[in-house]
Design a binder for this molecule. Structure first.
Ligand SMILES: Nc1ncnc2c1ncn2[C@@H]1O[C@H](COP(=O)(O)OP(=O)(O)O)[C@@H](O)[C@H]1O
Ligand SMILES: [Mg+2]
Length: 453
């Protein structure tokens, strides 16, 4: 058989393949975070897409994201400006960003997949609504998606219908999902899942919540974690900042580290101690915490001469922030749940992270021999939010005076019990422990023969 010169092997994807693949390796919780990221990106855009580093004083007080996660439906609605009709028509619903899509906006969205992945993971009957102010004119539309129906036909072009809709109360986006997937039904009926979701939001959006953003889950307002370090007298956190070019895009790196709380008296692990869960390293990409309270090799523990995390080091908090107009230059994994440890920019930051961690480790070691003095000093340092910490090359920790350990001798001897009782009686207390009788008689003889100190 001869093969015609223009014979090709087909490589077109199927819709089912896409839907299965993109939803496979991501948790429901991470999908919801992806939707929150989009709202946050919207709010940031309304604020003029400024850099999202700590120093920038953007106020997010007027923005709000409400989430309903219930066994019969899921809904997220924001007042973060909405998506324009052009955005919806041209790229918001396509799988993956095109090379020409604009990315110079300090967003956390990079790959152009989050929203689609999230809605497919959530359910079968989807409605994305948007209200957008276009040149003083309110434009409102909806994109309804019935997943089963859409999957029936793989013939390109792949698109979704778009229709006019009633306006939302404010410019913003609403995503409503009915006919939830079995996984979503189970999770949204499970108090532990919801508790975890709220905790994750409180932690990962703490920098946005600190700027005034409101997020609610099933009607409950989420209070963000406070990321604070202690400062005062002998304590000052490190805070450095530098820029690096990654594939032509400048990335700003900020590293902050120091004492968030005095170390514990007891070094045994204490699972009950909520505070303990907050210590360790935080990695932040364009304002979003992608790795929190890390105590693993990802932030460097147990590598390059760092010891493994141990409860002795509790009280330490370090934060590294990467900020770039081009989110693709950030050391971000696709699920935004960790940092790409092999990336150049992260590898170069590691020695600086190590330096501040090392100082804290040394401090907690010395502290064991001067615990009283250390505690007195630690008590005078006050909590300062990381936004307010001034620049400083290296962390400052107290120099503790440790007393050199004196060599000791143990004395042990046996005497008649009658004579010991007589002596303890003469020392003023017939019930004195034997050990004290021994010590007192030593002191007595010492004073007499050697003299006072
Ligand atoms: N809540 C929202 N507000 C404004 N625009 C949104 C919102 N959600 C999604 N979009 C638009 O949809 C696009 C696609 O979102 P997504 O699939 O998550 O990919 P990415 O965030 O990587 O661009 C976004 O870039 C944005 O233009
Ligand atoms: Mg996104």
């Amino acid at each position: 058989m001869t093969i015609q010169p223009d014979t090709k092997a087909a490589a077109n994807p199927t819709k089912t393949f896409f839907v299965r693949m993109i939803t496979r390796d991501i948790s429901l919780e991470d999908c919801i975070l992806d939707l929150i990221d989009n709202s946050v990106d919207g709010a940031w855009k309304c604020e003029g897409s400024k850099p999202v580093g700590l120093a920038e004083g953007a106020d997010l007080q007027k923005y709000r994201i409400d989430i309903e996660a219930l066994p019969d439906h899921f809904r997220i609605i924001d007042n973060c400006g909405g998506m324009s009709l052009t955005e919806a028509v041209e790229h918001a619903f396509s799988f993956g960003r095109q090379a020409t899509d604009k990315t110079d906006d300090y967003s956390i969205g990079v790959y152009g997949i989050g929203m689609k992945r999230a809605v497919f993971k959530l359910g079968e009957d989807i409605r994305v609504r948007s209200t957008f102010l276009d040149d003083e004119e309110m434009v409102s539309f909806a994109v309804p998606i019935k997943v089963g129906k859409w999957l029936e036909n793989d013939t390109p072009p792949w698109d979704f219908d778009l229709e006019e809709d009633a306006p939302l109360a404010n410019p913003g986006v609403e995503i409503l999902v009915h006919s939830l997937t079995p996984g979503a039904v189970t999770s949204f009926g499970n108090p532990a899942f919801l508790q975890n979701l709220k905790r994750t939001i409180a932690r990962d959006y703490s920098l946005h919540l600190a700027r005034g953003l409101t997020i609610t889950v099933n009607g409950e307002i989420i209070q963000g974690w406070k990321i604070e370090l202690r400062q005062g007298n002998d304590f000052a956190p490190m805070r450095i900042e530098y820029q690096q070019n990654i594939d032509g895009s400048p990335v700003t790196v900020e590293i902050i580290g120091g004492m968030a709380a005095p170390p514990p008296d007891d070094v045994e692990p204490d699972e009950e101690d909520e505070g303990d869960k907050r210590f360790g390293w935080y990695v932040v990409c364009n304002g979003r915490i992608v790795l929190a309270a890390d105590k693993t090799t990802i932030s460097g523990w147990d590598t390059d001469g760092w010891p493994q995390w141990h409860r002795q080091y509790s009280g330490f908090m370090g934060v590294i922030l990467f900020t770039s107009a081009n989110a693709a230059s950030l050391p971000l994994t696709t699920t935004k749940r960790s940092v790409d440890v092999s990336s150049e920019i992260y590898r170069q930051a590691r020695p600086k992270m190590r330096e501040v961690t090392r100082k804290w480790i040394d401090y907690t070691n010395i502290r064991k021999q001067a615990a009283e003095e250390a505690k007195r000093k630690e008590a005078t340092a006050v909590a300062v939010s990381i936004q307010q910490i001034p620049l400083l090359d290296t962390v400052r920790l107290p120099t503790l005076v440790t007393k050199p350990k004196e060599r000791v001798a143990n004395v042990s001897y046996s005497v008649s019990l009658t004579r010991l009782k007589k002596l303890s009686s003469s020392l003023g207390n017939i019930n004195l422990p034997y050990r004290d009788v021994g010590l007192k008689s030593f002191e007595y003889t010492y004073d007499d023969l050697v003299g006072g100190e």
